[in-house]
Design a protein around this ligand. Structure first.
Ligand code: AIR
Length: 368
């Protein structure tokens, strides 16, 4: 596994359960996935000796975040099966390439402009608001700036950071944000999990509901759209397609993740096969099967300092009392504002009841 965050950790747990051994390569010695690793590589991804050692240790390779250098994946995939490959990683790693790919393949997406230098922001001359995002190396709201007014746009050229390029996206007035996890097998089999309904705070996923509160035909359109996007890439693995539901007749593609997704954590609890088991299956060339849904769920992310509050015994106990909550903490050593430290899954049969419970838990954790 390239990358040792929580997503790699859940993959490693699934793989260990199925009888595999897992090597995790991440520069941080205390990366969450190292808790489940049978082999640990702690060097930077640019280390050539580790590359050789890693390739000779493993039988197959997967990844768990977009910021893994694409050159590393290219070097590895010429020796060992690597799923997903540098093809989908390269697309997901660069918002401009990703949008061009979607546009060229006829998928619906919101209006966008390439910003190669801050002065290009004058291109953002139509109806506001817009969001400016770094084309590469952004995730969880990092490297994103919202432009609400013309004044903000004019100020923005001195505020956007990083090397560029950037992409400016027109903010669409959506009814709901959805995401669909798609699994593609080495034999071309392609399945989808039901869409989840997501809420964000400062560009970071806050809650995710499954099933989404949409009608069956919208659900079908969302799953079909996501499936078509992944089929058109044609790379085996687990993917997530983030969507904007503008109205039941208009669903736009926001972005593609070439890996399991935060909004798919619930599949561990509520489906017969989790997205992580499917990542193992796709990697090892095993069957990809339509998973059965066992319960409805609401996921609540535990962000930043909320983890410190949750770690107090009385808070933990308060949250666990109703019997519907399951706590997952990632074992991250340092707390940063907005950092994903863990999540809580509320399982049951009524989404509205679960959402209320998750909101009450959030009030306790964040003191609001
Ligand atoms: N991740 C990857 N893309 C989006 C997210 N949230 C997960 C991966 C990655 C970890 O977040 O598991 O390794 C990085 O988290 P952090 O808190 O160290 O930035």
């Amino acid at each position: 596994m390239l990358g040792g965050g929580q997503l790699g950790g859940f993959f490693a747990e699934a793989a260990l359960r199925m009888g595999y051994k897992v090597a995790v390569w991440d520069p941080s010695e205390s990366a969450p996935a190292k808790r489940f690793a049978t082999h640990k590589f702690n060097t930077p991804f640019s280390d050539a000796n580790t590359l050789n050692e890693f390739v000779s240790t493993v039988d197959a390779v997967s990844l768990e975040w977009e910021n893994i250098p694409v050159e590393l994946v290219e070097a590895i995939q010429s020796h060992k099966p690597t799923r997903p490959s540098s093809k989908s990683l390269g697309l997901a790693q660069n918002r401009i390439k990703e949008k061009q790919f979607l546009r060229d393949n006829g998928f619906p997406l919101s209006e966008y402009k390439e910003i190669n230098r801050p002065s290009d922001l004058v291109k953002v001359d139509q109806e506001l608001p817009w969001i400016v995002k770094t084309a590469t190396m952004g995730y969880d709201g990092h490297g994103q700036w919202r432009i609400n007014t013309e004044h903000e746009r004019d100020q923005m050229s001195s505020q956007i950071s990083g090397e560029g390029p950037w992409v400016a996206e027109k903010v669409v007035p959506f009814e709901m944000e959805l995401s669909v996890v798609v699994v593609q097998g080495t034999d071309g089999t392609c399945i989808t999990y039901p869409a989840t309904e997501n809420t964000h705070e400062n560009g970071i996923l806050r809650m995710s509901m499954c099933p989404a509160r949409i009608d069956p035909s919208t659900e079908l359109s969302a799953q079909n759209l996501a499936k078509e996007v992944i089929k058109s890439i044609g790379d085996p693995g687990v993917f997530c397609v983030e969507l904007f539901l503008v109205n039941p007749d208009k669903i736009l593609v926001n972005e593609i993740a070439p890996r399991p997704h935060n909004s798919g954590h619930h599949t561990i609890d509520s489906f017969s096969i989790s997205q992580y088991e499917h990542q193992v299956r796709a990697l090892c060339g095993l069957s990809i099967s339509q998973p059965l849904r066992i319960s409805s769920t609401v996921l609540l992310n535990v962000l930043g300092d909320e983890a410190t509050t949750l770690s107090r015994a009385e808070t933990t106990d308060l949250i666990l009392k109703t019997g519907r909550a399951r706590i997952y903490m990632y074992g991250k050593e340092s707390v940063r504002p907005g950092r994903k430290m863990g999540h809580i899954i509320f399982s049951g049969d009524n989404i509205d009841v679960l959402e209320k419970e998750a909101s009450e838990a959030l009030a306790v954790l964040s003191d609001r």
